[in-house]
Design a binder for this molecule. Structure first.
Ligand SMILES: Nc1ncnc2c1ncn2[C@@H]1O[C@H](COP(=O)(O)OP(=O)(O)OP(=O)(O)O)[C@@H](O)[C@H]1O
Ligand SMILES: CC(=O)N[C@H]1[C@@H]2OC[C@@H](O2)[C@@H](O)[C@@H]1O[C@H](C)C(=O)O
Length: 366
C-alpha cells in the first residue's frame, strides 16, 4: 500500500459562509476524505471581510488585521480537524490555503486572497501553501477558475461526457468531454444574488432548500433584462466575482420596479439556473451528465430549474461520483498544494488563458 500523503485543504469562498476544512490522503488515484469540518466565521470578521469587498476607509489596515484574524480562525479549524481525525500536525505534509478573495482584477494584473500564511504556518507548525492565483495572473491568465485541473484528474471519464458545476457564491463549470480535453470558466452568479436578496428582505443568510423562491413566480421581463449582462456573452477565458455581482449591480437592474420580493427571489434563482444552463449548452452541447457541487447542490428549486433548462441531461450531485459536494473545493486546494510541492503545474492554460502551465502557489515551510 502507498505511504499516506496527508494534506489539509482550507477554503473560504465568495459566499463567506465560513471555513471549509478537509483532511485528505492523496496517495491514491482518488482522494480519501479522512475528516471534514465547516466552521462559521465570527460575525465581526465576516462584516470586515464584506466591507473589504467594497471600497472602505483605511482599507490597508483593515485588510491586514482581518487577514490576521482570518488566519487565527484557519489555525483553529486545522487544530479541530486534527483532533477530529486523531492525527498529529507532524504527520501532515502541507495545508493548501485558498484565502479570502477580496479583489479579483486579473485585467489589472492582480487578484487578492487575504490571509496571513506565515501566521498560519507559525501557529499550526505545518507547511502552508497559499496564494495559488497570482502566478497564473502574472502569466496573463485569469487566475480562475483553478478547480478544472482537479476535476479533470478525478472526475473525467472515457465513456461519458461530463460537466462539473460548482455553485458557490459564483458558479463555474468544468467541461470534461470523452476525448480527455478540459475547458471551463466562471458562468456568472452562483448563490450570491439569491443570498443578497433574502438577507435584505428576511435577514436570512440563504434561501434554505430554495423554499422562498419556490413560493414566487418568475418575472419573465426581469429575467430578460438580467440576461443582458455583458459578462454572460463574453468568450472564455473569463472569471468574475463580487467585483461585478454585488448589491449595486442588483439595485441597478431593479431600478424603477416594484415587484413582490418572493417573485424577485424566484427570478434570481431562475437567472442563476439559466446562466449555468446556457453556458453548458454552448460549451458542452453533447454532455451526458452534469454533476453539481458547492452549496447550490442543496437548493432543489435551483436544481429543478437547471434540469428544466437542460432536457435530456442527467443532473446529480458529485456525491454520485463519490465526493461530497460540500468538500470538493477544499479538497481541490489540498490537491493543488500537493502539486505545488511536487513542482507540478496546477493551472489549465486553456481555461485561465495563461501563457502556459505554471506551478501555482507559494510555500511557507513549517
Ligand atoms: N440548504 C441549503 N439550501 C439552499 N442553499 C444553500 C444551502 N446550503 C448552502 N446553500 C448555499 O450555498 C452557499 C455556500 O456555498 P459554497 O460554500 O459552495 O460557496 P463558496 O465556496 O463560499 O463560494 P465560491 O465557490 O464562489 O468561492 C450559501 O451561501 C447558500 O447560498
Ligand atoms: C477569484 C476567486 O476567488 N474565484 C473563485 C470564485 O468562486 C467560484 C468561482 O469564483 C471560481 O472562479 C473561484 O473559485 C474556484 C475554487 C476556482 O478557482 O476554481
Amino acid at each position: 500500500m502507498a505511504h499516506p500523503q496527508l494534506l489539509i485543504g482550507l477554503m473560504t469562498g465568495t459566499s463567506l459562509d465560513g471555513i471549509d476544512a478537509v483532511l485528505v490522503d492523496l496517495s491514491g488515484a482518488q482522494p480519501a476524505l479522512l475528516a471534514a469540518q465547516g466552521t462559521a466565521l465570527p460575525a465581526s470578521l465576516r462584516h470586515d471581510l464584506l466591507t473589504l469587498q467594497a471600497a472602505s476607509p483605511d482599507e490597508i489596515d483593515l485588510a491586514w488585521r482581518a487577514g490576521n484574524s482570518l488566519s487565527d480562525c484557519y489555525a483553529d479549524s486545522v487544530a479541530a480537524l486534527l483532533e477530529q481525525a486523531g492525527v498529529a500536525a507532524a504527520d501532515i505534509v502541507a495545508i493548501g490555503n485558498h484565502g479570502q478573495t477580496i479583489r479579483h482584477r486579473p485585467e489589472r494584473g492582480y487578484t487578492i486572497q487575504l490571509g496571513n500564511h506565515a501566521r498560519l504556518a507559525e501557529r499550526s507548525g505545518i507547511t502552508v501553501v497559499g496564494d495559488f492565483r497570482s502566478r497564473d495572473v502574472a502569466a496573463g491568465g485569469q487566475g480562475a477558475p483553478l478547480v478544472p485541473a482537479f476535476h479533470h484528474a478525478i472526475f473525467a471519464d472515457a465513456q461519458r461526457h461530463r460537466v462539473i458545476v460548482n455553485i458557490g457564491g459564483i458558479a463555474n463549470l468544468t467541461n470534461l468531454p470523452r476525448n480527455g480535453d478540459v475547458s471551463g470558466y466562471d458562468t456568472g452568479p452562483g448563490n450570491v444574488l439569491m443570498d443578497l436578496w433574502i438577507h435584505r428582505h428576511r435577514g436570512e443568510r440563504y434561501d434554505a432548500a430554495g423554499a422562498w423562491a419556490a413560493s414566487g413566480k418568475v418575472l419573465d421581463d426581469l429575467l430578460a433584462r438580467l440576461l443582458t449582462e455583458p459578462y454572460l456573452a463574453l468568450a472564455a477565458p473569463k472569471s468574475t466575482g463580487r467585483d461585478l455581482f454585488h448589491a449595486d449591480w442588483l439595485d441597478a437592474q431593479l431600478a424603477g420596479r416594484n415587484d413582490a420580493p418572493a417573485d424577485v427571489m424566484a427570478t434570481l434563482t431562475a437567472y442563476t439556473a439559466r446562466t449555468i444552463a446556457d453556458a453548458i449548452r454552448t460549451t458542452a452541447p453533447s454532455v451526458d451528465d452534469v454533476f453539481v457541487c458547492g452549496g447550490g447542490a442543496h437548493n432543489p428549486t435551483l436544481l429543478a430549474m437547471l434540469g428544466d433548462a437542460l432536457p435530456g441531461v442527467g443532473i446529480a450531485s458529485t456525491a454520485a461520483l463519490g465526493v461530497d459536494p460540500d468538500w470538493v473545493e477544499a479538497i481541490a486546494f489540498a490537491w493543488l498544494a500537493q502539486r505545488c510541492l511536487a513542482g507540478a503545474s496546477g493551472n489549465v492554460p486553456t481555461v485561465t488563458g495563461a501563457a502556459g502551465p505554471r506551478v501555482l502557489g507559494a510555500i511557507w515551510p513549517a
